[in-house]
Design a protein around this ligand. Structure first.
Ligand code: 7PJ
Length: 275
């Protein structure tokens, strides 16, 4: 099995590590350390040296309560980073909800569109359908402004799975082949700690949706609640979560701490099949 990701064909036989690069002044997880494109690019190169397979570049924070960013500003933040990384032959993903930016990012060489609204916005599917990029379809209940106020589900695993099945079907109808589709239950996006734990426990059920499966747990609030630690001190908890996600079926883990995650996965792989 593989993921067609722009001009890259990525094997899913072994877990892939997606390194997070936020070009935002208000990111919860790194406190805006890489707020300008030059710093973000330097950080991306470091994550690549640590073994990242894909770099996910985001210019708009989607943390609970975050303020929306105008298209001009988001463009100024992410396009130079995408262009530079794509030019050096790196699979680049862009974390955006804006169809116009999706188009411009693809023009700049992006190989994946990572949309926390699963391409449900007007014209989002059309922006990516007739291109070679991969798409990450993520589940969210509500919107970033209010999603953590009172998340509620009858059966979180069933409901998230049904939503994603619907988005996969919509993407396929728009002409996006299965081997370009990634699904993601959206840890922390309108979910309590118990909801997140239930999803992590049952992650394997999402594999039958057909596409690649991505999990993003890195430095998230649930890990803070479980350990009592601040975002920058959640490395160990994040590595444990990434390992559990892979163990439970994730093909791709979206992480801030690439080197630490890689080490853990090396041990996991060795135990699994002696490689
Ligand atoms: C995710 C994301 C995630 C996908 C963010 C953070 C908040 N995209 N973008 N999955 N999280 N696909 O990094 O904690 O879990 S932003």
């Amino acid at each position: 099995m593989h993921l067609q990701c722009g001009r890259f064909k990525l094997s899913l036989e072994r877990p892939l590590v997606m390194g997070v690069v936020n070009v935002t002044p208000d990111s919860f997880s790194d406190g805006g350390l890489h707020a300008d494109p030059q710093q973000a690019l330097a950080h991306a190169r470091r994550l690549l040296a640590e073994g990242a397979d894909i770099i996910d570049v985001g210019g708009e924070s989607t943390r609970p309560g975050a303020i929306a960013v105008a298209l001009d500003e988001e463009r100024r933040r992410v396009l130079p980073v995408i262009e530079a990384l794509a030019a050096s032959g790196v699979p680049v993903s862009v974390d955006t909800r804006k169809p116009q930016l999706m188009r411009e990012a693809i023009g700049a060489g992006a190989a994946m569109i990572n949309d926390v609204t699963a391409l449900s916005g007007p014209a989002a599917l059309e922006a990516v359908a007739r291109t070679p990029v991969a798409v990450c379809l993520m589940h969210m209940q509500g919107d970033p402004g209010t999603m953590q106020a009172n998340p509620s589900y009858r059966d979180v695993v069933l409901e998230v799975r049904e939503y994603l099945a619907g988005r996969v079907a919509a993407a396929e109808r728009a002409g996006i082949a299965r081997d370009r589709i990634v699904v993601d239950p959206g840890f922390g996006f309108g979910k309590t700690v118990d909801h997140n734990l239930a999803l992590l426990r049952s992650l394997g059920k999402f594999r039958s949706l057909g596409g690649a499966l991505l999990a993003g747990l890195s430095r998230k609030a649930m890990l803070g609640k479980l350990t009592g630690r601040e975002p920058l001190e959640r490395v160990h908890a994040s590595v444990a979560a990434a390992l559990l996600a892979v163990q439970n079926g994730a093909h791709i883990v979206r992480v801030h701490d690439v080197a630490a995650t890689r080490d853990a996965l090396a041990v996991w792989l060795a135990v699994k099949d002696g490689k």
